[in-house]
Design a protein around this ligand. Structure first.
Ligand SMILES: NC(=O)C1=CN([C@@H]2O[C@H](COP(=O)(O)OP(=O)(O)OC[C@H]3O[C@@H](n4cnc5c(N)ncnc54)[C@H](OP(=O)(O)O)[C@@H]3O)[C@@H](O)[C@H]2O)C=CC1
Ligand SMILES: O=CC(=O)O
Length: 292
């Protein structure tokens, strides 16, 4: 397969690029904070000096950026993707963004003759390291077919969902549910504790019943030890709730549960928990109001 460019060496980008390298792909990486490319370089990656330089060198370039403004910035800014994208090249944005952001990027790339695919992923740091992501692609089907060998390394399953925006929307729906679940889970852990039950026993009970799931199983034990090493940063989960609520607004869908969960994530961000794992929202539920 052709050399792959990779923009964004955050938690996910680094794990994904490393995985491609491990599986024999030639990879050229770029990150705004250049030092985050060092480890990749030690494992055989080349380093590009700008997104434009990476796109110039590679037939396919993947972006994995924090949010809509970062995703737009690497494409539209000086020395961005648009300066070098052209016919015969493809840009694949795997960041979690809204459909409007994705469409803006798609239109600009297509105007230059390039192909565009969105491919947000479900699954966190560990699935990214293990090539077990779920890829929610949409956009140019030809590019999807061409990039599939790389997707097969990055993920356990890829979906092609049709027109640009459908991948973004699917990802936001999934993360809206996940964020609401994390709030309910946190509330339950606190309720168990305050009513004299063992949170650890609650985890065991949950894991044997109909609402057992990998997220409770993976996050629960570290949460009850107040440990929130970031796999999925809380600030990104709050961004996803915000974007999902906007999607609800557009479609006149009432979302009281997600809206309440978003408020708690906002509170967590405002108290300095944004860079911790999203499970740190548990800390907000633990705070007891002073009695009158
Ligand atoms: N972590 C997870 O479990 C998952 C995350 N996602 C999504 O994947 C995306 C990346 O997440 P994750 O890796 O965790 O995030 P990180 O915060 O670890 O990394 C964010 C990346 O975006 C870059 N960035 C931020 N702002 C800009 C900017 N203005 N210009 C250029 N680059 C910028 C950062 O560069 P710098 O190093 O210079 O700050 C960094 O490379 C997000 O959209 C997230 O919602 C999806 C599934 C799971
Ligand atoms: O977006 C986060 C995830 O775990 O999926």
């Amino acid at each position: 397969m052709e050399e792959i460019g990779f923009l964004g060496m955050g938690i996910m980008g680094k794990a994904m690029a490393m995985n491609l390298l491990r599986n024999g792909f030639k990879v050229t990486v770029w990150n705004r904070t250049l030092s985050k490319c060092d480890e990749l370089k030690e494992h055989g990656a080349s380093v590009g000096e700008s997104p434009a330089a990476v796109v110039k060198k590679c037939k396919y370039t993947i972006g994995m950026l924090s949010d809509p403004s970062a995703a737009l910035s690497v494409v539209f800014d000086k020395k961005g993707v648009l300066e070098e994208i052209c016919s015969g090249k493809g840009y694949i944005d795997m960041s979690t963004v809204d459909a409007e952001t994705s469409s803006k990027i798609s239109e600009a790339v297509k105007e230059k003759g390039g192909d565009f695919l969105e491919g947000p992923v479900s699954g966190s740091k560990k699935p990214a390291e293990d090539g077990q992501l779920v890829i929610l692609a949409a956009g140019e089907k030809r590019l999807y077919d061409e990039i599939l060998p790389a997707f097969d390394v990055l993920g356990k399953k890829s979906f092609f969902l049709g027109e640009v925006g459908n991948g973004a929307k699917m990802k936001l729906v999934v993360n809206m549910i996940m964020g609401s679940m994390m709030n309910a889970f946190s509330e339950g852990l606190v309720l168990a504790d305050k009513s004299g039950l063992s949170p650890k026993t609650l985890l065991d009970v949950l894991d044997l019943g109909a609402i057992a799931n990998p997220m409770f199983k993976m996050k629960g034990p570290s949460m009850i030890q107040n440990s929130y090493n970031p796999a999925f940063p809380l600030k990104h989960q709050q961004k996803d709730m915000r974007l999902a609520l906007a999607l609800g607004d557009e479609n006149a869908v009432s979302m009281p549960i997600a809206a309440a969960a978003n408020e708690v994530f906002k509170k967590a961000r405002s108290t300095g928990l944004g860079d911790l794992d999203f499970s740190a929202v548990y800390e907000i539920f633990k705070v007891t109001e002073p009695s009158a």
